[in-house]
Design a protein around this ligand. Structure first.
Ligand SMILES: *[C@@H]1O[C@H](CO)[C@@H](O)[C@H](O)[C@H]1NC(C)=O
Length: 233
């Protein structure tokens, strides 16, 4: 097994456990920013990003997942589950992605509503820490919320993206995934935050920038290579 570039992959592993099957899974390209620590010096309080998943494979032999989301210090996750595997969960066609806001952690696996997603459709994801300490996740297409979830989780210090193939032999997508204007707000200015960005298996990203001395960070573009090709290398 390759050395993972970030502990964000715990997400996919946990989710696989949550799915309750002993099965084969593999991790593909990834990105993460933040601190994997039980007592980080900062909290992430807000993340927004607009991602375009790219065309899904016309058919899918395995289960292909794209995971953008947050991880807490207690290994709880809030993320968008973008999968191609079970058209029955969404009313779309087999060649669309299926999108839902999801949580996995000690409370099990909890999903918002499912929405079919065409690969060229940009999805805006928003993760907001509310004054009452709950988090609201929302996924919107053209300004309309298509999936939302409200959960309480522990302190958050990592934002990441992972691709996963669950079961062997995922068919590859035909385009890269792009994430534009990813903005991450911290509880306090942390000048070193930008340098924590890391990626694996071909994911590229523009240098994180801040205009307020390290409290708010923007990554203009993250590009994850064509989903699925990594698993067949
Ligand atoms: C992070 O959040 C926790 C509560 O969840 C709080 O106790 C802590 O002071 C916060 N840290 C910072 C640096 O704001």
């Amino acid at each position: 097994m390759r050395v993972l570039s970030s502990s964000f992959f715990v997400l996919a592993a946990l989710s696989s456990v949550a799915r309750g099957a002993l099965n084969v899974y593999a991790f593909g390209s990834d990105f993460s920013i933040g601190a994997y620590s039980s007592s980080p010096a900062f909290n992430i309080t807000h993340v927004t990003t607009t991602f375009t998943p790219g065309a899904a494979p016309s058919t899918q032999d395995g289960e292909l997942y794209l995971w953008p989301g947050l991880m807490s210090i207690k290994d709880e996750f809030l993320y968008a589950n973008v999968q191609q595997s079970s058209p029955s969960a969404c009313s779309g066609s087999a060649s669309q992605w299926c999108l839902t806001a999801q949580y996995v952690g000690a409370g099990g696996l909890i999903s918002g509503s499912y929405s079919a997603l065409t690969g060229s459709e940009p999805v805006t994801l928003d993760f907001s820490l509310n004054p009452d300490s709950t988090w609201t996740t929302s996924a919107s297409i053209s300004g309309k919320v298509v999936s939302t979830l409200q959960r309480t989780i522990s302190r958050v210090s990592i934002f990441g993206i992972a691709n996963e193939c669950f079961s062997s032999g995922c068919s590859a997508a035909s385009a890269a995934q792009t994430y534009t204007d990813t903005t991450i707000t911290l509880s306090s200015a942390t000048p070193s935050f930008g340098a924590s960005a890391t990626s694996g298996l071909g994911t590229t990203f523009t240098t994180p920038t801040t205009s307020d001395a390290g409290q708010t960070w923007t990554i203009a573009q993250i590009t994850v290579p064509q989903a699925g090709t990594q698993f067949n290398a």
